[in-house]
Design a protein around this ligand. Sequence first.
Ligand code: DQQ
Length: 476
Amino acid sequence: MKAGDPHRPTFHFLPPANWMNDPNGFIQWGSTYHLFYQYNPSAPLHENIHWGHAKSEDLVHWQHLPVALAPTPGGPDARGCWSGVTVDDQGTPTIIYSGAVGNRQRACLATSSDGLLTWRKDPRNPVIPEPLAGLDITEYRDRSVWREGDAWYHVIGAGIRDVGGAALLYRSSDLHHWDYLHPLCSRDELDPDSVMDGPMWECPDFFGLGNRHVLITSVWDAKRSYAAAAVGEYHAHRFIARVTRKLDHGDTDFYAPQSTRDRTGRRIVLGWVQEGRSIAAQMKAGWSGLMSLPRELQLARDGWLNIRPVAELESLRAGWMRVGPMNIPAASRLVIEKVCGDALELQLVLRPASGGRCGVAVRRSPDGEEQTVILYDADAGQLVIDRAQASLDPDVRATTHSAPLALAQGEPLRLRVFIDHSVLEVFANDTLSITTRIYPTRDDSQGVALLAEQQSARLLQLDAWPMASIWTATPV
Ligand code: DQQ
């Protein structure tokens, strides 16, 4: 890693240097969380993909461990060890990943006998050598594996010509011999306007949650990619989606998420947050990509999900500031002098006006030349992150993100905003998140301001905390 990059986050997980993408093999083994990830140890570019590895006792502070999987020249993963999962096979930690050769990716196994540190690839790899005869498969990789009754089940992400994305279901008694059953779910079974769309579903993740099941997929499309989830029912080994939405509204900025169920029964998910700056800038920085904050998923009363950052993140709060209540007059911007920084958590409770837009600007220069604006648009019923002025650098992504958010009569807007240098994660009313990247150029773009446009709004309360680095606090 090159020192002094002002865009490098300090309370998000990322490798010491070079490239990372998808989270892989996320599991709690004993008390310890193990997080693997798609990793290129030689450059900040997506090639030569290994499995990086880290562990944590609290989902916040991570310790880097040696690479878990590397491509074997001439082997079934010669082009890369692509995404997969870790399962507990009667006490043996077992990775099932996608071995890439040429343009094909096939299921491969590896096991560990030293507590998930080193891994032995199975000589019989790949364990599912070819996709299915009889289905016109365009893409085929990534997986979710679980134990059900006395069998293993395995869904593989796929694209089927003239159908679109699909999650194909297999069964095995031993993780080595797999019988294809049928699609667990495919695009043609969903509403035509469902966001679980696209020609291919990458990184399927399937699990029970309360009395429902959830299928997460990464909708892969040449024009737009994003993570979506469906909450529904699972009967006779088929999934019937009832409510389908984006899992995060930052689109490509939160991709390929993977979840695990921890010992306390929580379902925790995290995703890959990719860069929004040029390849040349990534090469110069010497690193690319990071992991989102871990989020807990719970079933919500409306049939969708509650999405909240895990409670352990509160241990990073260093100091506390409170502002409000106060009015935010129409057409005003109120700078909150005592709250500023590039590593912050903000918690806001706002009563928006019944029409017009209000919100908070972050990473704001004193003259407002640079600022990223998080707005609630009451007329449109949308939460918006406007990056038009986020950076003076013309080479960074500056598109606007938006998410539908209808507030009930009298319901305040409740935001949790995490600012970590170039990373911005916004959680609203426990029901949605928007994750994105911002690259302010000015050293003084550290300010926070409240704003209201057409009509006045009211700040009920703002709590703010500078956030400690996860690398300097007591490591595991
Ligand atoms: N990334 C992996 C694939 C997966 C994609 C390759 C999603 O297994 O489909 O690095 O970002």
